[in-house]
Write a protein of this length. Structure first.
Length: 76
């Protein structure tokens, strides 16, 4: 079973695109802005092979409206 501590930005992006989010723009740095028709806009950091911090991931999951257990089950 996967853990929240090992999720990279790329894995998170794969998951949110399956939910209907689409890339709106990428800033100069490593942050990408994703939009959805009915949900909040998300800003996701994408670093090479670096895990997303647990607090940030928890906040993104809260904005999406998905529990941590549902997220872990869907990516594993």
């Amino acid at each position: 079973m996967a853990s929240l501590a090992n999720i990279t930005g790329r894995e998170l992006i794969k998951f949110i695109t399956t939910l209907g989010y689409r890339l709106e723009r990428q800033n100069r740095g490593n942050h990408r802005v994703y939009t959805h028709n009915t949900k909040k806009t998300l800003i996701v950091p994408v670093y090479k092979k670096k895990a997303v911090k647990i607090g940030l991931l928890s906040g993104i999951l809260k904005d999406i409206g998905i529990s941590k257990a549902e997220f872990i089950n869907s990516i594993s």
